[in-house]
Design a protein around this ligand. Structure first.
Ligand code: PLP
Length: 461
């Protein structure tokens, strides 16, 4: 048998093909050369592993294949997604979408210079968080504030600033993992603190904390069980009791509330989300939460609390490593400004607007879109169905938000293939699969995307 590799075109031969020539001009010559080499290398390997199965295409076909492969490779960039998953705070999809005001604020500072660390009134160097400090004071009643890259960074900063080299007391019921790389015991170790576990998974009493206090105790940490629930025979002291104990024994209390509600979410049917203001009022020394969960702003970690403790955080060299940029501050500040006018916040902050959308409205949109896509290309049939959405992002476990979906039966492909085709659409569309149907949840699709959503289905026909 003849070695099929003898027919393999050379790199320079392939680069002469019109497709790859065009790509080299529009993309980058070296990127295309490297891509062709990688593709050929991979092909050679496959051929030498199983000689009989692999057929070497003609040069023109091969060039076309490589060009297509290079284009999909390039597409693995940050791409726009229509979120039909029904998960409002989808970490894989960048959590909270920003409000118009936040986007404008980013645009405003992105193109030029801005006063990110300069007090224009005095001409003196200022603190970055100064921009949002007063807003956070107004919204939560705290004494001071700092902003870090995310809540994981906020936690490390708080622990390292208040308790490095010391023990931090945490209930065994609160040793959380928030997806993959965030596991509290590891975060604790990285911050230079020693974890002092107390109580049991389901029951921890104030006396357990009290008995664990010794001369090496640096802080008490409470962590909100964001993404799980301990139900049944349970007990855990509330933040007020922990603060009482901490202050009696002169030990700072850090409260990681996770999602950080700035307003009461029970009106959206979401009970049990701790409010930042409440934690401050209970006397927690530092309160930590994400900017892109229930706040509905950009990715960041918000640290609020007492002057003395925030100053310790700001003086920590890690603060510099975990600080946020001007774009984040601009978006955060614009988002917080909207909360100062709560009647506007619900209309303008996308997360709140999604939560506040009435069911009738969602039903209408689901019906309309189902009618528009039913029978086209990849859709055998589509119908509106009552389903539940979820907050996600490690917020309010087990609480479902009533909603409406478009339930799609695929034509000429499996439901998994349909899901993959939609993911590769432009923009990409994500749904969820349930019993051989693809569901597109309209609560998480912005109404301005309805037309684009229908267009993606049409483009697949
Ligand atoms: C989400 C969450 C974190 C991590 O926050 P990031 O902003 O994703 O870093 C930490 N603690 C709790 C309780 C959370 O819910």
């Amino acid at each position: 048998m003849q070695n099929p590799l003898r027919n393999l075109p050379s790199v320079s031969q392939l680069l002469e093909s019109p497709q790859l020539k065009r790509l080299a001009e529009s993309l980058n010559h070296q990127v295309v050369v490297d891509g062709v080499r990688d593709f050929l290398g991979d092909l050679r390997n496959r051929v030498s592993e199983k000689l009989e199965d692999v057929e070497i295409p003609a040069a023109a076909d091969l060039a076309e294949k490589i060009a297509g492969w290079l284009k999909t490779q390039r597409r693995n960039q940050l791409r726009k997604v229509i979120n039909g998953t029904g998960i409002l705070l989808h970490t894989g999809l960048g959590r909270a979408p920003l409000s118009e005001a936040a986007i404008h604020a980013i645009q405003d500072v992105a193109s030029g210079y801005c006063s990110v660390e300069l007090d224009l009134a005095t001409g003196q160097r200022g603190q970055r968080a100064q921009l949002v400090r007063q807003q956070l004071i107004d919204l939560t009643g705290c004494e001071s504030a700092a902003v870090a890259n995310n809540n994981a960074a906020a936690t490390m900063l708080a622990l390292s600033s208040l308790a490095r080299g010391k023990e931090v007391i945490v209930s065994r019921g609160q040793l959380v993992e928030i997806g993959g790389s965030y596991r509290l015991p590891e975060v604790m170790e990285c911050s230079g603190c020693r974890l002092r576990e107390v109580g049991t998974t389901n029951k921890t009493r104030l006396a357990d904390y009290e008995q664990a206090i010794n001369e090496n105790t640096g802080a008490i940490l409470r962590v909100h069980p964001s993404n799980y629930q301990v139900v049944g025979f349970t007990e855990t002291p509330d933040i007020r009791e922990l603060v009482g104990l901490g202050h009696r024994r002169n030990i700072p209390v850090i409260d990681d509330i996770g999602s950080g509600a700035l307003i009461d979410f029970s009106k959206y049917g979401l009970a049990d989300e701790p409010m930042a203001r409440q934690s401050v009022e209970c006397g927690a020394d530092l309160v930590l939460f994400s900017g892109d969960k229930l706040v509905g702003g950009p990715q960041c970690g918000i640290i609020i609390g007492r002057n003395k403790h925030v100053r310790q955080v700001l003086a920590n060299p890690l603060m510099r490593a975990m600080r946020v940029g001007k774009l984040t501050l601009a978006a955060l500040s614009a988002t917080l400004a909207q909360y100062l006018r709560p009647e506007l916040a619900e209309q303008e902050i996308p997360l709140l607007a999604m939560l506040a959308t009435p069911l009738e409205n969602l039903e209408l949109r689901a019906k309309r879109i189902a009618g528009q896509i039913s029978g086209i290309g990849p859709v055998a049939s589509a119908e509106p169905v009552r389903e539940n959405s979820m907050l996600g992002g490690g917020s309010v476990p087990g609480q479902l938000i009533p909603g409406w979906c478009i339930s799609i039966a695929p034509a000429g492909r499996t439901v998994d293939q349909l899901a993959a085709d939609l993911r590769n659409g432009s923009p990409a569309v994500l749904g969820r699969i349930k019993q051989d149907r693809l569901l597109i949840d309209v609560r998480t699709v912005h109404p301005s995307q309805d037309v684009a959503l229908v267009n993606v289905f049409e483009s697949l026909s």
